[in-house]
Ligand binder design. Structure first.
Ligand code: ZN
Length: 427
C-alpha cells in the first residue's frame, strides 16, 4: 500500500525543485578534489550555514592525524543534527563531500554545473553531491510536513571516501559518532539508482607478493636467479589454479553487475628488475638479472568466505610454486583488508526504504550489493551499526567518468523516497 503522506511529500519536493537545483550546483562548484583534499573546509562551512538555517546544530570536526590530514589539506567533516519534539530514533544521512580527479575527455566545465536537458553536469554530480543535495531537501521537506516528529535527523558530509574514508567516516566512527546509542538508521545517498537498495558490499584484500632472486650480469644469467622468471611461474599458477577456483565461488549476495557475483582477483600492478627510466632519459638499460619482482593483488571476496581462507589460498599457491622451483623465495605483505558487509533485508531502514520506493515509484525496490566497498564498512565494523544501506539518485556507471551528470527528476524522486523514510521511521 502507498504511504499516506506520499502525495504531500511529492508536492513539498516539487515546490523545492529550484532550491534542489541551486544547492546541487553550488556543491559542484566547490572543487573538493581528492587527492589531495581541496576545499573541505569551504564545503563544510557552506553546508553548515545552510543546515543551521533549517534548525540543525552543526559540528565541524577535523580528522587531525588521520592519513592525508595536513595544515595544507585538513580533513574537515560536518555533522548536523536536528532534535525532534519527543524521544525516538535518529535517522542519519551520510554523504562524502570529496570527488575524484577530473581526468580527460570532458566536453563541459567539470566545475561549471551546467544544466542541459534535465541533467546537471560536473565532477561529483552523481558521486555524490546530487545525493547530498537530495537528502538535504528530503530532510527539509520532512521538517516542514512533520514539525513535531520523534527522535532526530542527522546529516553528515564527510571526507575522503574516495581514498578509503580514514579521515572521514572511519575517524568519526572511532569517536562514537555512529554508535548505536546515538544513531539507529543510516542511509548513504551514493548513486545506486532511485529504485535500488544497496545492502552492502563484498570484502577486499590487497596484498603485495614479492619474488626474490639474485642479481648478476645479464650476459651470464645462469650466475644469477631471475625474480621475474619466478614471478612468471607464480602468474602461470594463478591462471592454472586460482582463477578457476575463484570462478567456482558464487555468492548469494545480489551483487551488481552480475559478473561480480563471484570471487574476483585483479593483478593491479607488476614491477620487476631495474626501475622504469626517468622521463626524458635517452640511454639504454644496464644488463642485469632481476633480483626482485612484485605484484599487487586486489582480491574481492564474498560474505561466504573468511579472509583467513582467502589469504591461505595464495600462500598454498606460492608453496606449490616453491615445491617445483628449488631456489624460489617469496614474501607476502598485507596492504589493506575490508570485511564484506550486508544489512539484513528485514532491517528497519531497508523495510522503510522499500515501502517508500513502492509508494513514490509504484514499483518494487531491487536489492543489490556493491562490487566495491564504500563507507558502510566503517559504520558496520567500527560503529557496530548494522542498520545501514546505500540509497540515492544517479547512475553508478557514470561515477568518476568524464561529463558526469545527475538527473533532476531522479533527485526529486529519491528525495521524496528519503522524506518518506523519515516520515515512516520518525513520524
Ligand atoms: Zn561515492
Amino acid at each position: 500500500m502507498t504511504h499516506p503522506l506520499t502525495a504531500r511529500v511529492q508536492a513539498e519536493i516539487a515546490r523545492r525543485e529550484a532550491d534542489l537545483i541551486a544547492l546541487t550546483r553550488d556543491l559542484i562548484r566547490i572543487p573538493t578534489l581528492n587527492p589531495p583534499g581541496r576545499n573541505y573546509r569551504q564545503i563544510c562551512d557552506y553546508l553548515a550555514a545552510r543546515l543551521e538555517g533549517a534548525g540543525f546544530t552543526c559540528t565541524l570536526l577535523r580528522a587531525q592525524g588521520a592519513p592525508g590530514d595536513s595544515d595544507a589539506h585538513p580533513r574537515w567533516n560536518l555533522i548536523a543534527r536536528r532534535e525532534g519534539a519527543r524521544p525516538g530514533d535518529c535517522v542519519h544521512f551520510n554523504g562524502h563531500h570529496d570527488v575524484v580527479e577530473v581526468g580527460h575527455g570532458w566536453t563541459r566545465d567539470p566545475f561549471g554545473a551546467q544544466i542541459e536537458a534535465g541533467r546537471i553536469y560536473g565532477r561529483g554530480a552523481c558521486d555524490m553531491k546530487g545525493g547530498i543535495a537530495a537528502s538535504i531537501i528530503a530532510a527539509e521537506a520532512f521538517l516542514a510536513l512533520c514539525p513535531d516528529f520523534a527522535g532526530a535527523v542527522e546529516i553528515s558530509a564527510t571526507a575522503d571516501e574516495e581514498s578509503g574514508g580514514f579521515g572521514g567516516v572511519a575517524w568519526l566512527a572511532e569517536r562514537g559518532w555512529f554508535a548505536p546509542e546515538r544513531v539507529q538508521h543510516v542511509l548513504i545517498p551514493e548513486p545506486l539508482h532511485k529504485d535500488r537498495i544497496c545492502l552492502g558490499h563484498r570484502g577486499v584484500w590487497w596484498a603485495e607478493v614479492e619474488t626474490r632472486g639474485r642479481i648478476a650480469h645479464g650476459s651470464m644469467p645462469f650466475l644469477g636467479d631471475s625474480a621475474i622468471r619466478h614471478m612468471g611461474a607464480v602468474l602461470a599458477e594463478i591462471e592454472r589454479s586460482l582463477y578457476p577456483l575463484l570462478a567456482g565461488k558464487r555468492t548469494a549476495m545480489p551483487v551488481i553487475p552480475e559478473g561480480a557475483r563471484q570471487s574476483t582477483l585483479n593483478i593491479n600492478s607488476i614491477h620487476g628488475g631495474e626501475p622504469e627510466p626517468e622521463p626524458g632519459y635517452t640511454g639504454l638499460p644496464a644488463p642485469c638479472v632481476a633480483d626482485r619482482c612484485r605484484i599487487i593483488l586486489d582480491r574481492r571476496f564474498l560474505i561466504e568466505e573468511e579472509v583467513g581462507e582467502v589469504k591461505a589460498e595464495v600462500t598454498a599457491l606460492l608453496e606449490r610454486v616453491k615445491a617445483a622451483r628449488p631456489s624460489f623465495e617469496y614474501e607476502v605483505r598485507d596492504l589493506f583488508e575490508v570485511q564484506p558487509s550486508m544489512t539484513d533485508r528485514e532491517a528497519p531502514v531497508v523495510q522503510a526504504t522499500a515501502h517508500a520506493i513502492a509508494s513514490v515509484l509504484g514499483a518494487e525496490a531491487a536489492y543489490v550489493v556493491s562490487p566495491g566497498t564504500y563507507d558502510q564498512k566503517h559504520i558496520d565494523r567500527i560503529g557496530r551499526l548494522k542498520n545501514c544501506i546505500a540509497y540515492g539518485p544517479g547512475v553508478l556507471d557514470i561515477a568518476h567518468q568524464p561529463d558526469e551528470w545527475i538527473g533532476i527528476e531522479d533527485m526529486k524522486d529519491s528525495a521524496a523516497v528519503m522524506a518518506l523514510v523519515l516520515a515512516d521511521l520518525l513520524g
